[in-house]
Design a binder for this molecule. Structure first.
Ligand SMILES: Cc1ncc(COP(=O)(O)O)c(C=O)c1O
Length: 382
């Protein structure tokens, strides 16, 4: 028997309170109990998305929110720009190319963030772009894009162009203010910083985006967000939702409110800083420069041989699961998730395990090195 620790960038651990809430028992989705539940959830979830507008809840994985945003907010033959800096930008591009749109890809080196000046130049050379899409955190590289600067560029280009942001691995782990960042649509999924099992997708839209969704006659059915927002007005969902996940969502939103949103975001930032300092003390090269490092996931480089030893030994000796690289970063990086139900003590634990693993593998004494740096960050930040 051993204690398992899931430190992947999604799915993430579920708090006991949330598991208990999900196990309380089924309620009918057309019952007064469910409409009461939805009525309580609606205002609370807006805070996490940083909006005064409604947040639609779909019972499907995060990718459905990417596709729903795309197909509701882009009309046939319109031009869309997709920022691609990793696997999830590439997924958004693939979704856009499935539909009759003119898709322009803004390529960013994997591990780097979109450069606002360069992006502005790219956009200014295109005519009639109606939608721009970016990740906040590109989970495959652990980069956080400068979303607020990008949002401003989009609106300077055309005030009517819509800015869609994929917050699947960032909503709940960092502050969003949709209005300030000029985000028209912010999407997310349940299994990351929102501390739930996979299975819910979220789409927050401002009034401009809602109007575009109403005017857009591109065919869609399950992902027609008009139905979700219309139902939300009646405190319900258009189809049978994942009821237990929505029960768990209320427990998640309550615990976020109890800790305080600002404290939750501060905890994520601190875990990132502790982990980065510790990994550097172990002579790892970090994939992402400090300015663009996500508070929810951290990527580091080493030889593919060492990375595979680390991943296996963390799992086999300590019960800790972390993630490898995706696509062409496979074998080049490892990623440690630190979002949702994760705390500074978990960072100390993984760093301490890493000290032992690299000391043995490199035949060099790293004991105490990483946790010393991490503790210094923790206590200096207090
Ligand atoms: C940034 C980002 N977008 C989209 C997705 C896709 O979500 P899902 O796997 O739930 O469909 C993920 C999942 O890892 C993600 O991290």
């Amino acid at each position: 028997m051993y204690k398992k620790m899931l430190m992947t960038p999604g799915p993430t651990p579920i708090p006991e309170k949330v598991n208990q809430r999900m196990a309380e028992g089924m309620i009918g989705h057309r019952s007064g109990d469910f409409t009461e539940l939805m009525r309580r959830i609606k205002p609370k979830i807006k805070d996490v998305f940083g909006t005064k507008d409604e947040v639609a809840i779909l019972s499907s994985s995060g990718t459905s929110s990417l596709e729903a945003a795309m197909v509701n907010l882009t009309a046939p033959d319109e031009s869309v720009v997709v920022i691609v800096s990793g696997a999830f930008g590439a997924r958004f591009e693939a979704i856009a190319k499935t539909y009759p749109y003119n898709v322009h890809t803004y390529e960013v080196e994997w591990g780097e963030a979109a450069d606002p000046d360069d992006f502005k130049k790219f956009l200014s050379q295109l005519d009639n772009v109606k939608v721009v899409v970016s990740q906040a955190c590109e989970t495959s590289t652990a980069v956080l894009h400068p979303v607020t600067e990008l949002g401003k560029i989009v609106k300077d280009y055309d005030t009517d162009a819509l800015f869609i942001v994929d917050g699947v691995s960032s909503v709940g782990g960092m502050k969003f203010n949709m209005e300030e960042s000029k985000i028209d649509c912010l999407i997310s999924g349940s299994q990351k910083a929102l501390m739930l099992p996979p299975g819910l997708a979220f789409v927050a839209m401002n009034q401009n985006a809602r109007q575009k969704g109403r005017d857009n006659d591109i065919p869609r059915f399950y992902l027609d967000l008009n139905q979700y927002f219309d139902s939300l007005d009646k405190d319900t969902t258009p189809f049978t939702p994942a009821v237990s996940l929505i029960q768990g969502l209320e427990a998640v939103l309550d615990s976020i409110a109890e800790e305080g949103l600002e404290n939750v975001f501060e905890r994520h930032g601190r875990m990132r800083d502790m982990l980065r300092a510790g990994l550097e003390a172990l002579d790892f090269e970090l994939l992402v420069e400090e300015q663009y490092a996500s508070p929810t996931v951290t990527a580091f480089k080493s030889s593919s041989d060492e990375l595979s030893i680390i991943k296996d030994e963390l799992k086999n000796n300590f019960g800790i699961t972390i993630a490898g690289g995706q696509k062409h970063l496979k074998g080049q990086i490892l990623r440690i998730g630190h979002m949702g139900y994760m705390f500074p003590a978990d960072v100390i634990l993984v760093l301490s395990a890493l000290e032992g693993i690299v000391s043995k593998h490199r035949q060099k004494n790293y004991y105490g090195k990483a946790i010393t740096k991490a503790q210094e960050v923790f206590f200096n930040d207090l």
